[in-house]
Design a protein around this ligand. Structure first.
Ligand code: SF4
Length: 205
């Protein structure tokens, strides 16, 4: 796994930029003391260790699910009561932490998004364009899938032991389905890229 700047570059920076704009103090204008936004972040009690204070004074983080003492199961129950039981974990489309289940889901349900991630995967083969431009070329090649073959040829139809166990256990399948693939979703303030790596069986390495 190479160094990643995805959350910082594509989420945190644009959010801070927009917040400053909304407050009326775009960068590099100083935000006056006492001027801030309150930002609500959906981290459940299972992941309380991911809840952090903002790193700038013009943002204050609130974690309403933790305030309500809601677990991931409480969230799923609530979403189910609204007819939204299939709500996926939050993540970017082309996340290198996707498991096969997520890749299959994109391929089988959204051809346009699948074409997008296949194209993105091909585009990153030589690594970071900016690094290449400055002579810091990648030693080797980059791939989105852990098999290190192009995404449209990767063995994403391989069903892992964990997935098989969930499929074999009809009673548990519904609950376990939410756990397949990566363990956690990703938000700008709790990036799944910061978590220990998981293998195909959901075990931390
Ligand atoms: S979901 Fe998180 S770890 Fe994955 S690409 Fe997006 S920001 Fe990076």
């Amino acid at each position: 796994m190479t160094r990643r700047q995805c959350s910082g570059e594509y989420k945190v920076k644009p959010i801070k930029k927009e917040i400053r704009k909304l407050l009326g103090y775009p960068y590099p204008t100083r935000v006056p003391k006492g001027v801030f936004v309150e930002q609500w972040i959906g981290i459940s009690t299972d992941e309380f260790h991911r809840a952090k204070d903002a790193d700038v004074k013009y943002m204050r983080n609130r974690h309403p699910l933790i305030d309500m003492d809601w677990t991931r199961s409480d969230c799923i129950r609530y979403l189910t009561s609204l007819g939204l039981a299939d709500t996926p974990k939050s993540s970017c489309l082309g996340c290198p932490f996707h498991g096969n289940a997520q890749w299959r889901q994109i391929r089988d349900s959204s051809p346009a998004e699948w074409a997008d991630v296949v194209e993105f995967d091909a585009a990153i083969r030589k690594g970071n364009a900016r690094a290449n431009a400055t002579g810091n070329t990648l030693l080797g090649q980059a791939f989105l899938h852990r098999s290190r073959v192009p995404l449209d040829q990767a063995p994403i139809d391989h069903v892992t032991r964990a997935e098989r166990a969930a499929l074999d256990s009809a009673a548990e399948a519904e609950a376990d389905a939410a756990e397949l693939g990566v363990v956690n979703g990703c938000s700008p303030w709790s990036c799944r890229g910061d978590e220990p790596e998981q293998d195909d069986f959901g075990l931390a390495s």
